[in-house]
Design a protein around this ligand. Structure first.
Ligand code: ZN
Length: 293
């Protein structure tokens, strides 16, 4: 058992197994992690190939772009969180996919820049936005200190082999007074396997828990200036979710069935929301600012 990425503890309580992979939780900082974190090099190859272990489909750049367009309203909220905190300047989006968020940031007056490990998506992002899109993990880029006003890390945290390493590096390249906008799964106390339709363990290595973001922030020199929790069942089963082709063929089949059934989405939402009424699964959205001094 590797020590907890967030607090360094060796205590770890198993929760449940999905696809033969055990998820557990640190009793001190609530970080949820899989039992065996893969090594960074092996992980890098997966990410370059479109990331992804198991039987998940890899979306081509075209499908990725369609998905992102449909998700535009969800992505706009990340710009809306940053704007009052840092009204302009440079914005680096890490794991930028086909460039949707960079485009929204540009529209809001920021100078965009991206980072995407998958070549096809990187090319799509460059074509869409015309900005520089880096091709290597941020830790290897050796960017100068105090480079960016805003950095975004949207649905990336779960895939990192060492969030501590990445978050420390982002702290270094953020300008004083800058902001890190982050979104990722946040599982509150009592979360169960049934609370998430598909955990994608193995692709997802980490989830935040109740106290985790505060411990990371304290250890790494950030202040949490914004912390919102969206209830995951609400985020899922939305019209947007239903319209886009995802990476799970099982989910895609369900989506098609629901789409062609009159009143299908309403019915699915009702069933799923009842089934998951006590869900402890959330999507956490955060703004972190380097602590002064
Ligand atoms: Zn811990």
């Amino acid at each position: 058992m590797t020590p907890c990425d967030c607090c360094g503890s060796s205590d770890w309580n198993p929760l449940f197994v999905e696809n033969g992979i055990q998820l557990g939780k640190c009793p001190h900082c609530d970080l949820h992690s899989i039992e065996h974190i893969p090594d960074a090099d092996a992980r890098m190859t997966e990410m370059e190939e479109g990331h992804y272990a198991g039987d998940l489909e890899v979306l081509d750049a075209e499908s990725q772009m369609t998905m992102e367009k449909v998700m535009a309203s969800m992505f706009q909220r990340y710009v809306d969180i940053a704007k009052p905190l840092v009204p302009g300047g440079t914005w680096l989006d890490i794991g930028c996919g086909a460039g949707l968020l960079i485009g929204l940031a540009q529209k809001a007056g920021y100078t965009g820049e991206g980072l995407e490990l998958n070549a096809a998506r990187r090319e799509a992002a460059i074509k869409q936005t015309g900005v520089t899109v880096h091709s290597e993990p941020v830790e290897l880029l050796k960017l100068p200190d105090d480079s960016y006003d805003v950095i975004s890390l949207i649905n990336v945290f779960s895939h990192l082999t060492s969030p501590t390493e990445t978050l420390a590096e982002l702290r270094r390249i953020l300008k004083p007074g800058g902001v890190l906008v982050m979104a990722t799964g946040e599982m509150t106390d009592g979360v169960q396997k049934s609370h998430v339709f598909n955990w994608n363990l193995g692709d997802h290595l980490y989830f935040l828990g109740d106290r985790t973001i505060d411990v990371y922030a304290k250890n790494l020199g950030y202040d949490v200036v914004e912390h919102r929790r969206a209830w995951l069942p609400d985020e899922m089963f939305s019209k947007e979710w239903l319209t886009v082709k995802g990476r799970s063929s099982a989910k895609n089949a369900i989506k098609t069935a629901v789409r062609i059934t009159p009143g299908g989405l309403r019915l699915l939402r009702a069933v799923m929301l009842r089934r998951q009424a006590d869900s402890k699964a959330h999507s956490g959205v955060f703004a972190l600012r380097p602590s002064a001094g």
